[in-house]
Write a protein that binds this ligand. Sequence first.
Ligand SMILES: Nc1nc2c(ncn2[C@@H]2O[C@H](COP(=O)(O)OP(=O)(O)O)[C@@H](O)[C@H]2O)c(=O)[nH]1
Ligand SMILES: [Mg+2]
Length: 504
Amino acid sequence: MTPRPERFEPPTWRAADAPTFAVVGKVNMGKSAVLATLLEEDDDAIIRISDEPGETTRCQRLSLTLDGVERLRFIDTPGFQQPIEALRAIRELAARPERGPGPGDLARFVERYADTETFVDECALLAPILEGAGVIYVVDPCVRLHDAFIAEIEILRLSAGPRLAVLNPKGETAPAYESAWRAELGKAFNLVRTFNAFAARFDARRELLAALNQIDERDRDHLSDTLERLDTEWVQRREEAAELIADCLARALTHTERTSYVDEATPETARRAALAEAHRRYFAAIADLERETTDRLLGVYRHRHTKAHLQPVLAEDIDLTEADTWQRFGLDRRQLTFAGAATGAAGVGWIDIATAGHTLGLATLFGGGVGGALAWFKGDALPSLNLSIGRRATLGGRALTVGPPKSPNFAWILFDLILLRYRAILGLTHAERRRDGLVAASGSRGAAKEGVVAQLPAERQKRLARWFKALAKDVETHRSDGEARAAIEATLAEVERRPAGPND
Ligand SMILES: Nc1nc2c(ncn2[C@@H]2O[C@H](COP(=O)(O)OP(=O)(O)O)[C@@H](O)[C@H]2O)c(=O)[nH]1
Ligand SMILES: [Mg+2]
């Protein structure tokens, strides 16, 4: 007997201990995108999402892993190429044609064509289903329901396992054909759910997994347990995020830059130059810290390929005293509210900086080459950052320390900015791969303008204000403060409930 060609050996797609689902549908409906978002996989090398039809030519195994254990398995498939012809072939092969095709005829179809060059994709996508995998059928309800789709649905109806249909609307507007799709899908699927691969956040992911539980009676306990673990892991991530943010604040609020200068013939000139350099370094260090924290938060939420980039560099001639400058950033001076009310606001300069920070990101403001951040802060007309400055004489010269800012608002500005970053991170999906980096808080309006901290309960504001003060006095003793950590965590939970708007 001649050995069978390799592709005849059926691989075992189904996992012994993890419920398995084949993700099927026409090419380009967003099957891979749905899986990328559902499984939080942003790596092109692992899940390829592409406009080019037919890029996926083989089935691919992907897992939902929690605590290092595969809990659910998904098979990404190439998708249907010739559903109408395939359905005709299945009907022709039907054991009892007078009754129409039955479940056994799917196997007959694969057996007949697996060895040929015909229906290659259909055979590939049916293989895991014939092994008993459930079906997740992905369609775009913005696309008209035509005969080829009806043939796909008819083929999938013959499968024996649980079947879920997922509407992934790719268009911007309300899906034009949703009701037609739902009516047709209702005949062949246990459940129909909407899941927008480019918009789904944690709740939507959880709902889709819960839908699997509803349709898959075989594995109900396992799926319930999986959902519980998913929730636990989500809380752990928030705890980790709170720790990173607390650490960033503690470091930023106590950071200083040292410099020295020599008392030469023109000591005042030397002093100014040294001071300017120390200011520049101070702002650069804070911007780095903010960027580093944002990158680590992206990591906590499994965004391995998105980085916190700088915003586009501002024009050097920007002048915060000009009304049209404010308008350029969508700001109205009268609306400039800030947590200052609760924390004892400093002068107008502070409000200016707070707002500019929200809008542009501290990284831009401090690190973005705005003639050095000093262009923003020097001169009476412009806001002043007012860093603490220490001086002492050294051998043959003087030493200077710069930072931290004197105003208590600095902590709130930073905290607010990080919260906006956090919100933007939670709004990212793993399917929509933003290689241009996280652009949160850029030119934002609406909620971002008011910020988050201004709306915190007064009790929590007070608790955090006490912590900020304590840090400034003695960072080592107060760095890990359980209550402050809990206040940050509670704030993160609230931010998660307020989704980022389209402009945030
Ligand atoms: N706007 C938008 N585009 C999507 C969505 N899902 C997928 N796409 C795009 O549609 C194309 C095909 O997606 P892909 O997941 O590769 O489809 P597949 O062939 O079914 O796996 C890609 O260009 C995706 O970026 C979505 O929810 N919204
Ligand atoms: Mg694909």
